[in-house]
Ligand binder design. Sequence first.
Ligand SMILES: Nc1ncnc2c1ncn2[C@@H]1O[C@H](COP(=O)(O)OP(=O)(O)OP(=O)(O)O)[C@@H](O)[C@H]1O
Length: 131
Amino acid sequence: MTMALKDKKEPSKNRNFIESLKHAIDGLIILCKTERNFRIHLLISVIVIVLSIVLKIKSEQWIWILLAIFIVLIAEVINTLCESIVNLIVGQEYNKIAKKTKDVAAAGVVIASIFAIIIGCIVYIPIILEL
Ligand SMILES: Nc1ncnc2c1ncn2[C@@H]1O[C@H](COP(=O)(O)OP(=O)(O)OP(=O)(O)O)[C@@H](O)[C@H]1O
């Protein structure tokens, strides 16, 4: 809260959909610029999409692959949100609840990643074995 009080700018309400979208795009840019893990997940997503195009996977397989990709990215967004809110509240101070919140948020990313790995194995192993 102390950090928020130091900011000179006043928060304003989005006036229309375009303005809301612009702020959401700003959020995406911030994620790409500041979150190394988000960039790694994005890079893996691009590789998986290219691999899926090359291997010509079926449309129902695309649905599972895209679901896995987006679940991991959303888990990473939630993890970043938790870290930012915790840092905003406790700053550099050690706090047991802060630790629990950050560790649980990180566990969410791990759970999503395990789901993505399982989906990847189910989709790609039979295709690779047939090559
Ligand atoms: N204020 C705090 N009080 C207690 N433990 C904390 C606190 N801040 C961070 N930690 C512990 O340190 C770990 C790393 O915290 P940090 O804020 O560096 O996240 P991070 O490593 O940047 O996460 P990510 O790799 O997902 O970006 C947390 O998972 C948590 O276990």
